[in-house]
Ligand binder design. Structure first.
Ligand SMILES: NC(=O)c1ccc[n+]([C@@H]2O[C@H](COP(=O)([O-])OP(=O)(O)OC[C@H]3O[C@@H](n4cnc5c(N)ncnc54)[C@H](O)[C@@H]3O)[C@@H](O)[C@H]2O)c1
Ligand SMILES: [Zn+2]
Ligand SMILES: [Zn+2]
Length: 390
């Protein structure tokens, strides 16, 4: 089959790889209908995710049609249209039973790499390096889906593919930030990053009853889209002092919940940022760039919560531990626990409460994979997300 592979820092290529096979009774094979790019793929493209190998098939946000099922798959049959959670979970281990699906103990076949990095291993993720299990990704014609009854969900007939594909990753990730960040009715919520994840976190905060939701970025086309589609207010961090402005807009207290949806390639200005960027580029150990997370901690109200959805891998410089401790903040983060949210999100999409298809600004054939990543990475042509049709 045809697939889009990572062939080295900054480069992808269409290659022919073997068709996936059912390896386990709980597996199924999907013919991909749509596969979306994600900010997490950019971190892979840049070479900041460990244990990538040339020839790895990338892509983890996808939906498609079931073509074959293992003998223990009960919920799906050939011909069904399904959306698949980007994070693979067994549904049976202690962590899955707590709803902590991205902490699944069984879905990562290479636990040693993340055990060495983080003390304990992470779950498997489609197309997300050998550290996350070495699973083939979704920028391909077919994908093997392990633990199919847990990881895949039927798409309601009334949803089109471009809406449903966001239930794979960006929508549950955004929802998780607002939910586990503890957004309550009446809250002021600030979201850093107006990519699809940040925009869907902002929308989740609105739907959870936040009084004011403010989204921060430097790309006006993304901010304008977020304002129009989510009901959020906006701040361009290049023209406005973010911490001052957030204090002003929250009655002098600071936002109750701050959601970081930017990750380890965050942008900023000034000498500290240039130093971090240089250290990261020459691969000095421990140099994730975290200016948005630092700003969120400084802006957050005393006793408030900061949730990072943005992807971090190693350590970050100048982490404001003093602010965290003295202001009594709660800091959390997670890979998305999508299995816990996807059915509810599909229902909200079907009711029209949660719009997503507008974020798929570009639809391209998989053969144009390199062009798609150029549009997305370099924010060309008002790109928010590219979806590939194999
Ligand atoms: N936790 C999870 O399970 C999960 C799932 C999906 C994506 N992610 C991560 O979420 C992050 C966002 O993903 P995306 O697809 O929306 O990415 P994206 O690249 O489309 O968007 C990131 C946005 O952050 C903005 N940004 C950069 N520096 C900033 C700063 N200092 N302040 C405010 N905004 C800034 C960029 O301009 C960009 O618009 C990535 O790190 C990605 O890896 C995590
Ligand atoms: Zn993703
Ligand atoms: Zn599990």
């Amino acid at each position: 089959m045809k697939a889009l592979t990572w062939i080295g820092r900054g480069r992808v290529a269409i290659e022919r790889v073997s068709d996936p096979q059912i390896l386990n009774r709980q597996d199924m094979i999907i013919r991909v209908r749509l596969s979306s790019v994600c900010g997490s793929d950019l971190h892979q493209l840049s070479g900041y995710i460990p244990a990538m190998r040339p020839g790895d098939v990338i892509g983890h946000e996808f939906m498609g049609e079931v073509v074959d099922t293992g003998t223990e798959v009960k919920k799906h049959k050939p011909g069904d249209r399904v959306v698949v959670c980007s994070v693979i979970a067994c549904g049976r281990c202690w962590f899955c039973e707590q709803g902590l699906f991205s902490a699944c103990d069984n879905s990562n076949a290479n636990p040693a790499i993340t055990e060495a990095l983080w003390g304990q291993h992470a779950a498997g993720i489609f197309g997300y390096s050998h550290a996350m299990g070495g699973f083939r990704g979704s920028h391909a014609e077919f994908v093997r889906v392990p633990y199919a009854d847990v990881t895949a969900f039927p798409v309601p007939d009334e949803l089109d593919d471009r809406t449903a594909v966001f239930a794979s990753d960006a929508a549950p990730t955004g929802w998780m930030g607002a939910d586990l960040g503890g957004v309550k009715p009446g809250d002021v919520v600030a979201v850093w990053g107006a990519g699809a994840v940040g925009q869907l976190a902002a929308r989740a905060a609105v739907l959870l009853g936040a009084d004011r939701v403010i989204i921060i970025d430097r790309y006006n086309y993304r901010l304008d889209l977020a304002h129009r589609e989510t009901g959020a207010e906006i701040i361009n961090y290049e023209t406005t002092d973010v911490v001052d402005e957030l204090l002003e807009r929250s009655g002098g207290r600071g936002p109750d919940v701050c959601i970081e949806a930017v990750g380890l390639e965050a942008h900023a200005s000034g000498s500290q940022y240039r130093l971090e960027e240089a250290k990261q580029q020459i691969r000095v150990w421990g140099t994730d760039r975290a200016p948005a997370l630092r700003q969120a901690i400084l802006a957050c109200r005393k006793g408030g919560a900061v949730f990072t959805l943005g992807m971090f891998v190693r350590q970050a410089d100048k982490f404001p531990l003093g602010a965290l401790m003295n202001k009594g903040l709660t800091l959390r983060g997670a890979q998305q626990h999508g299995e816990r949210y996807i059915p509810m999100l599909l229902e909200r999409m079907a009711r029209g409460e949660l719009k997503t298809s507008h974020l798929a600004t570009h639809t391209l054939p998989l053969d144009d994979g390199a062009k798609g990543y150029d549009l997305f990475k370099n924010r060309k042509d008002n790109c928010v997300r590219v979806v590939f049709q194999p």
